[in-house]
Structure formats: C-alpha cells, structure tokens
Design a protein around this ligand. Structure first.
Ligand code: GAP
Length: 476
C-alpha cells in the first residue's frame, strides 16, 4: 500500500540526520541526483561490503572485479543498448511535458477500482511486450488519460528515447569519439570473462561480481533515491553450461531472496514478479520486489541472459569467447544467470524498513521517538560512548574505551546534553548500542549498555564491551 506521508517523513529524516542530501542543493538541486551524507555514506558502504562479501568471500567460485565506467563504444552496440535501451515516451503538446507511457498509465490505473486498474495494466503490459506503440497511444486516448499539468489529452505519438548519456573522449573536437557512461556494470564483466576465467583458472559454473556506478538519463525520475540518473549497481554474472540455466536461475532466485531476508526484513514485504516483457537478452527474468512506501517495487532483478552477451561480443570484437568444458569435452559459449541489485534502492529499502515513529506516552507524560532499527551489521555507528558528566574523569574513561574499540568498529563520542536526549539522537541515527560511563564505572569498572530497539539497559563489565559489540555487529 502506497504511503506518501511515510516517504516524505523518510526523506526529511535522511536530510536532518545526515543520510541523504539533494545534489548541489545550494544551487536548488539537480533533479534525480543525490549525495550521501556522513551516515548515509557509511550505511551504503556497509551494504556494499555485505553484498560483496556474501558474493565473493562466501562463494569459492565467484571472483570480484572493478571495471572502468568508460568502455569501448562498440560494447554498447554489441550489447544492444544503442538500439534497444530506450523507454517509450509521450509528450503533451500543450504543457510540453514528457511522460514515460507506463508511468502515465500506471498513475491513471491507481485512480480506478482495483479490478479495472489491473485489467488496464495487463493490457498495457501486453501492448509493450508486442512493442505496439500505436496501440499504447490508442489506450491512452480511449481512457482519456490527461496531462497533470495542462489537463488536456493533446498527445504526440509514442516514441522511444535512448537512456544512455553520451560524452566525448579526446580534447580536440575533430578527434573526439563519442562514448557512453555505462548504463549497467554487467558489460564490464562480460568483456573480462576470459581474462578472469584464464587468470583465475575458473571452472564452469563460476561467477564474476562487481559493484559500481551506472548512469541512465531517466526521463521521469521520482521516488527519492529509488530512481536516479546516477546510481550504483551490485551485479554478478554466473557462467553456466548451456541447458542448465533453468536450474541455476531457480538457485539464484532462492539465494538472493535469502540474502534479502538476512537483512531482518520480514518475508511478507517481498515478492517475486515474473517479467512478461523480456529484455532483448533474456529467456527468463524476474524482479525481487519490496513493499516500499510507494508500494511493491523492484529492488533486484534475476535474469537468465542466455549466451546473448558473450556471443554478441564475440561477433563484434572478432575474438573467441568460448570455454572448453573438460567434463564433456566440448567448447561452448557459456550461458549466464545475472543477479543485479541497485545499491541505492537497497539503501532505501533498508531505511524504509528501519524507520519507525514510536509513541512512548505514559499516563503521566506524552513521549515519542523516531528510531532507525537498522540491522546492527549495517548501522553507520555501532557504538556510542557517553560519559554521564563532563568531569570526574568520566570523559577520560569513555575515550579509553573508544580508543580500544575504534580499530574494530565505528564509534561515536558525545558528552553534551542530558543522557536521555543523547540516547534519542542515537536512536534517530540508528546506533544499536550506547554505553554510559558513570561514577560507578570508576569504582567497579562496569558500564550501562542501552539497547536501541528495546530501550532496555543492563550493567556489564567495561572490559567485555569490545568483544560483545564485535559479536553483535558481525556480518557472518
Ligand atoms: N544488468 C541488468 C540491469 O541493469 P536493470 O533491471 O535495468 O537490470 C538492475 O537494473 C537494478 O538496478 C534494478 O533492480 C534497480 O535496483 C537498479 N536500478 C536500475 N535503474 C535505476 C535507477 N535509475 N536508479 C536507481 N536504481 C536503479
């Protein structure tokens, strides 16, 4: 169920607590481009690390690489992006506003009764699958879908717009070569398939993983960091023997869903959505959808990409990209199962799931708090150390503890304001544990540990803190 208020609350919270800022905000921002602040950058890095380690460290047969953003322009001809990486758009002639047709129709369908809306979406999906752009325009006209700005139905024909950003390589205009900012990280893996297979002596089935920036000139970018023009992907291509792709496709669907559940998000907030309209490279594909504040939306794709990419690169480069399978004594172009997840979307999913406004009122007094119940392993700060007062040697003891813990995990020190206010600030940032150093600490070297989610407190030995937090925040 869409919850626009929750989305606005999360956006506001992210800005107030240093998670996400609009890019170039002092210049009124740049549409659909965002910067991560001090806590957002830590959260994003922790998610990236968790994904990277889940893929490369926890699997013997997956190697991680880091390919460049710029690639030879022919890569994008071979991959099909130059010809096919486009969205069907329609312009309103009165307002000059351009819409992605699926967003325009989906927006209208949401205003209808469920059954009627679903039937309209099904019809649209079929027309898009058939690439029937005339039919799409007729559907828009038949339902009298109007432009939100002009209020009219004065539409152009539906046209395809390519989503890649082009730029020039070389400083002299005549010598300049048009190249693209990569719209997906996957192609950097395909063109390195043989390099990794040979140097890593990899045997099929094996995977290559990488994380990195991708760029798409999204015409309609909306939903905060859900749809951006510059974003980060975490992709893994798994190379398999032809004919075994269904088995590996099912395997990776299951593994990836388990990964999402390992973030502590409940299963009812996820669902699979099988693609009706398959991308030009796929023979099976589905999305893992999460129930965002805007409703269920894609966070990750699992795609069976056949031998499309390697075969096309073989054709366009003239270089052989085959594998010799000693078990069956055969050369072949491997098939590929891809898992492709958006890092920014995962940040948004984790934040949406963690953000809670809690009413803590009692009969005596009204009270509430905002808490980010982030999985401890992902929290930007693992431990806040808070001396009860600024004197009597308590700050010194607190700093000693921080010095001991700092090499192991990220700590935060604060001595200003009441302890209650400091706890609430850490709740809002998502810090899972706070340690309070008080006068008793000086006598018996015990401290109070306060747990973010339950708000319970207990007395533990100062010397046990480091090992306890390491244990509670570990990834595996
Ligand atoms: N290599 C396959 C591929 O790129 P995709 O479904 O186009 O497939 C994969 O993208 C993932 O990348 C999506 O599931 C989504 O999480 C993320 N993604 C795609 N476009 C995005 C955008 N404009 N902003 C943020 N994330 C995006």
């Amino acid at each position: 169920m869409a919850n626009e208020n929750k989305l606005q609350d999360i956006i506001g919270h992210c800005k107030e607590y240093g998670y996400v800022f609009q890019s170039s905000e002092i210049y009124d921002g740049l549409s659909a481009v965002y910067d991560y602040g001090q806590y957002g950058a830590e959260l994003k890095k922790n998610i990236r690390d968790y994904w990277w380690r889940s893929m490369t460290q926890m699997h013997d047969n997956i190697a991680g690489i880091d390919a460049a953003i710029f690639m030879h322009p022919t890569v994008w001809k071979a991959s099909g992006h130059v010809d096919s990486f486009s969205d069907p758009m329609i312009d309103n002639k009165d307002s000059q506003k351009r819409y992605r047709v699926d967003h325009l129709i989906e927006g209208y369908a949401e205003t209808l009764e469920k059954g009627t809306g679903d039937a309209l979406i099904a019809k649209m999906e079929q027309l898009l699958a058939d690439n029937n752009l005339t039919g799409i325009k007729e559907l828009i006209e038949e339902h009298k879908i109007s432009c939100a700005i002009s209020g009219t139905c004065n539409w152009t024909d539906v046209r395809q717009f390519n989503l890649m950003f082009a730029t020039q390589l070389g400083s002299v205009a005549e010598e300049a070569n048009e190249i693209y900012l990569r719209p997906e990280t996957a192609q950097g893996i395909f063109v390195n398939f043989l390099n990794v297979q040979k140097t890593g002596r990899m045997k099929i089935p094996f995977g290559i993983a990488q994380t990195g920036k991708a760029f798409r000139n999204e015409i309609v970018a909306r939903g905060f960091i859900f749809r951006m023009r510059e974003f980060e992907q975490m992709e893994m291509q798994f190379f398999v023997r032809p004919g075994t792709q269904k088995e590996w496709y099912d395997y990776w669907k299951e593994v990836r869903m388990k990964w999402h559940l390992s973030l502590g998000i409940s299963a009812e907030n996820f669902r699979f959505h099988d693609h009706i309209k398959l991308a030009h490279y796929a023979d099976m594909a589905c999305d893992i959808e999460y129930d965002f504040p805007m409703g269920f939306k894609e966070v990750e794709g699992v795609h069976s990409r056949t031998d499309f990419d390697l075969s096309r690169h073989q054709e366009f480069s003239g270089k052989k990209l085959t594998y010799f399978d000693t078990e069956i004594n055969k050369h072949y172009v491997p098939y590929v199962i891809e898992t492709s997840i958006g890092l920014d979307r995962t940040v948004m999913m984790v934040l949406s799931d963690a953000y809670k406004e809690e009413d803590l009122s009692t009969e005596e007094k009204k009270d509430s708090r905002v808490v980010l119940s982030l999985p401890p392993m992902l929290a930007p700060i693992k431990l806040a150390v808070l001396p009860l007062t600024k004197k009597d040697g308590l700050p010194e003891l607190a700093k000693e503890l921080i010095d001991e813990c700092r090499p192991y995990f990220k700590c935060f020190y604060e001595e200003k304001d009441s302890i209650g206010k400091r706890y609430r600030r850490q709740d809002a940032i998502g810090t899972p544990f706070c340690i309070t150093i008080d006068h008793q600490t000086k006598e018996d070297r015990t401290v109070t540990i306060r747990h973010r989610d339950s708000m319970t407190q207990e007395r533990i030995p100062l010397d046990s803190v480091r090992a306890l937090i390491v244990e509670k925040t570990k990834m595996f």
